[in-house]
Design a protein around this ligand. Structure first.
Ligand code: MRU
Length: 365
């Protein structure tokens, strides 16, 4: 299966317009920094790692027009502001800036384009490794549950995992983070079934996670966001596995709003709660969850639901009375104490300052 972000000899960046999914697989050409900025802000591309990769290419496209120090700084600041919670965007922009900083202006755009390509290649490798690391954990759970032995019972024929939002292939350059181990187990023939939270207000679960699981033939069931607690109480969830937009230095994690409630329910019911992310999502400069900026998005995402009518035409339907006040925080923070473990490309670690320090140090050896 191909990558979600690709370039050609024409110097144009191409991706899938995620606002058209699951109804249409529409390609999007990004030719300028404006195109990249718009695609990130309007969530045509989304998911922490993919946002970072598009931001990096956006900076390269800006440098094609003006490669001065001032233009580099302005473009980086503008792109970084497009989605404030996911730290991968700032991380990728910083990487490109560092790569080009000492170069003369005439060489900068090409260097930045090359660095963006490296970020993409590394993302693919990271996520493949997250898949391996997470699959080890999930295989062990499957063995405990005797899923592999095929013990009889209501949900006993599959390992039941619950995920929130979309941390799959299309949130990254390839493989995904939270979904990467699931794809591996499925490919190995381990029976897996995924409970997919719809993920209001933008429905990334219902629209995107369900779409990509279906594309791979992974059994799944879409549920309303509020159903997960009951399913956990009924013993129908073996583990929760989600992606992440930023891990603070103390192990608190920010992810799509609603994640925290799933973590609380998992904790109350003794269900393991795993967070899968590349090391680039760890932000040692942010001390704790309270310091993570939470993106506040448009009220329209709450007042209206986007979908397709029975005749296939697209529609935005109002579901909130005119005049009601609306708030739309797009992310929430799950305290470290509710996270069973982080799954990174460098291994499994505790969500704690010591655990994070160890995993960060593992890369510098
Ligand atoms: O607002 P979104 O759709 O960009 O939010 C995405 C998430 O919260 C993902 O779980 C996170 O970015 C990890 S993606 C591998």
């Amino acid at each position: 299966m191909s990558r979600t972000l690709w370039t050609g000899d024409d110097g144009v960046l191409r991706t899938i317009d995620q606002t058209a999914l699951p109804f249409e697989r529409r390609e999007l050409a990004l030719r300028t920094v404006d195109d990249c900025d718009r695609a990130i802000r309007e969530m045509q591309v989304r998911g922490a790692p993919l946002i970072g990769a598009v931001g990096a290419y956006g900076l390269a496209l800006a440098l094609r027009v003006d490669a001065s120090d001032g233009a580099l700084r302005r473009a980086a600041e503008r792109l970084a502001a497009a989605r404030p919670t996911a730290v991968n965007l700032r991380w990728a922009l910083d990487r490109v800036r560092e790569r080009v900083a000492a170069a003369e202006p005439g060489l900068r755009a090409a260097l930045a384009w090359d660095e963006a390509g490296r970020i993409c290649d590394e993302d693919v490798a990271c996520n493949a490794s997250i898949g391996e690391q997470g699959a080890r954990l999930l295989r062990a759970l499957a063995e405990q549950r005797s899923v592999l032995a095929g013990v009889a019972g209501a949900d006993a024929l599959a390992l039941n995992l619950l995920t929130h939002c979309n941390a799959g292939r299309i949130a990254t350059v390839d493989h995904g983070t939270a979904l990467a181990p699931i794809y591996l187990l499925h490919a190995e023939g381990v029976p897996v079934h995924v409970w997919v939270d719809e993920t209001r207000p933008r429905n990334q679960g219902a629209a995107l996670t369900a779409w990509e699981l279906a594309e791979r033939g992974v059994p799944h069931t879409v549920i309303a966001d509020n159903a997960g607690g009951l399913l956990m109480m009924q013993g129908r969830v073996d583990a929760v596995i989600v992606g992440c937009d930023r891990v603070a230095a103390n192990g608190d994690v920010a992810n799509k709003v609603g994640t925290y409630l799933k973590a609380l329910a998992a904790h109350d019911n003794g269900v393991p709660f795993y967070v899968a992310c590349p090391v680039s999502t760890i932000d040692p400069a942010t001390p704790d969850g309270a310091s993570i900026p939470i993106e506040e998005r448009s009220a329209r995402e709450v007042t209206h639901v986007a979908g397709a009518l029975d005749d296939g035409s697209r529609a935005n339907l109002r579901v909130v009375p005119e005049g009601s006040a609306v708030a739309n925080p797009a992310f929430d923070v799950t305290p470290a104490r509710l996270v069973t473990a982080l799954i990174t490309e460098r291994g499994i670690c505790e969500a704690s300052s010591a655990g994070l320090r160890a995993v960060l140090a593992a890369g510098s050896q």
